[in-house]
Design a protein around this ligand. Structure first.
Ligand code: GLU
Length: 486
């Protein structure tokens, strides 16, 4: 069934457009993409939309947008075409039907007229008797006459695969040798009564027709792989290589799902994660760099990715680690570039009080402390005018030291030039320290509290420069008034 000549690598990501792109799907897409890029192969995007009830163009569009946002690009797909078009399974329906006819003609498949009710009853019966709930083969031996008779009465019909007896063996690139007896698989459906192919039939046919050389997908597809291998064999087609990627678990070690919160790429995007951080993090779910490196830019990932280093054991989606990694990418990004994405994360109040160039300066001051851009909502709080006071700040402006510190600073500011610089502010603080004989928290907390509403936060001189001399004087006076109400 296979010959040894190496073919150029062709891999695919084949999502069903029935919802948003989740981290598991995104990881599959990224692994395939990196593998294709690493081997200078071809990456195909195929839309598996044969389930008419659940598939939507809207969801296809959102999947495509999310992949693009991640920076994943493909060489063939529904939008850009390619030698094996069409790349939407809904546009290949007739061809799947023809392929099923070929199997029927060779007795590798047969029509089945069992009703859903009958199948369900038999299934329940089998479960009761502790037998595997497989199709029992009722229609396998129907004569031509019986088939014609049912067809003439328009009994709904599906096409089932005639599973041969035997053992199938293959080598999974991640999980090693896999062997299964075909009697663990009942005669499964290839074409439904509405004429649509099942996932297993369409996927196997397309992978073959599109010359896919490697199928990298989640471990949950292993039972499908067994069926797809049987379909390949029926067409005497050469098998692709298979690699089943380990499951992704949530921190509670259950399968990661929506109930664990942010698990779609759209969620991560709206929380303010950056695409290279998400890609970097997802690649480490089940793969590791040979030198144990964790921060890996895309170019380096392409250079170092290999299926051999994909783990068998489940990976845990660790939100803290993702945040930490994202913080790294935020710190590394140029403020100019970061601002394009970050600006919309400023609270609307900040956006309306400061012009763009000032918002950029605010970002510059804050970005070292952010783990995602969504943190800006809180981190930018000191720039509200006037800021809200937290408990520590209220205490600081009401402290005994506050009167002396604030009045000394106010006086210096009132007599200073209008365009306050960071150096000016720092030297004023030094002078206030000398005058009041205070230092450290005693000196800085009242000022920080007055300016930002908190005793912790970004560089104080930076804050003062952004707010400007006039506003700083106003905020000091406000704090003095609060202090007076002790
Ligand atoms: N349409 C399938 C899914 O979204 C594809 C699985 C595969 O890669 O074969 O799960």
């Amino acid at each position: 069934m296979s010959d040894a000549s190496p073919k150029p690598v062709r891999v695919r990501f084949a999502p069903s457009p029935t919802g948003h792109l989740h981290v598991g799907g995104a990881r599959t897409a990224i692994f395939n993409w990196l593998f294709a890029r690493r081997h200078k192969g071809t990456f195909v995007l195929r839309i598996e939309d044969t389930d008419m009830e659940r598939s939507t163009r809207e969801s296809e569009h959102s999947l495509v947008e999310d992949l693009r946002w991640l920076g994943v690009d493909w060489d063939e797909g529904p939008d850009c075409g390619g030698d094996f078009a069409p790349y939407r399974q809904s546009q290949r329906i007739e061809w799947y039907g023809q392929q099923a006819e070929e199997l029927l003609a060779n007795d590798l498949a047969y029509p089945c007229f069992c009703s859903d009710e009958l199948l369900e009853a038999k299934r329940r019966e089998a479960i009761k008797e502790a037998k595997p709930p497989q199709y029992d083969g009722t229609c396998r031996g129907l004569s031509v006459k019986e088939i014609e008779d049912k067809r003439s009465r328009s009994v709904p019909e599906v096409i089932r695969f005639n599973v041969p007896d035997g053992v199938v063996r293959f080598r999974d690139l991640v999980r090693g040798d896999i062997e299964f007896a075909t009697n663990t698989v009942g005669d499964f459906v290839l074409i439904r009564s509405n004429g649509r192919p099942t996932y297993n039939f369409a996927a196997a046919l397309d992978d073959h027709a599109m010359s896919i050389t490697h199928v990298l997908r989640g471990e949950e597809h292993l039972p499908n792989t067994l069926r797809q291998i049987l379909i390949y064999a029926a067409f005497q087609a050469r098998l692709p290589e298979f690699a089943h990627l380990p499951l992704i678990l949530a921190e509670d070690r259950s399968k990661l799902s929506k109930r664990h919160g942010a698990s779609s790429i759209g969620d991560l995007r709206s929380l303010g994660f950056l695409p290279p951080a998400v890609v970097n993090y997802l690649v480490l779910l089940g793969w590791s760099h040979p030198d144990g490196k964790e921060i890996l830019q895309t170019a380096e990932l392409i250079r170092s990715f290999s299926v051999e280093r994909v783990n068998k054991s489940a990976a845990v989606f660790d939100k803290q680690k993702l945040r930490w990694m994202n913080g790294h990418y935020i710190r590394e990004a140029s403020v100019e570039k970061l601002f394009e994405t970050a600006d919309r994360f400023f609270p609307s109040e900040i956006r309306s009080s400061y012009p763009q160039d000032v918002r950029k300066k605010i970002l510059e001051l804050l970005h070292d402390g952010l783990e995602n851009l969504g943190d800006l909502a809180e981190a930018a709080a000191p720039f509200r005018s006037p800021p809200d006071f937290d408990g520590g700040a209220t205490e600081a402006v009401k402290s005994a030291n506050s009167i002396a510190v604030l009045s000394a600073l106010r006086e210096l500011l009132v007599n200073s030039r209008d365009d306050l610089t960071s150096a000016d502010f720092k030297s004023m603080m030094k002078e206030v320290g000398k005058k009041t004989s205070l230092k450290g928290k005693d000196l800085f907390f009242p000022v920080r509290a007055a300016l930002t509403g908190s005793v912790h936060g970004p560089d104080l001189a930076g804050v003062a420069v952004i707010k400007g001399r006039e506003e700083v004087i106003g905020l000091i006076e406000r704090a003095q008034a609060m202090g007076d109400s002790r």
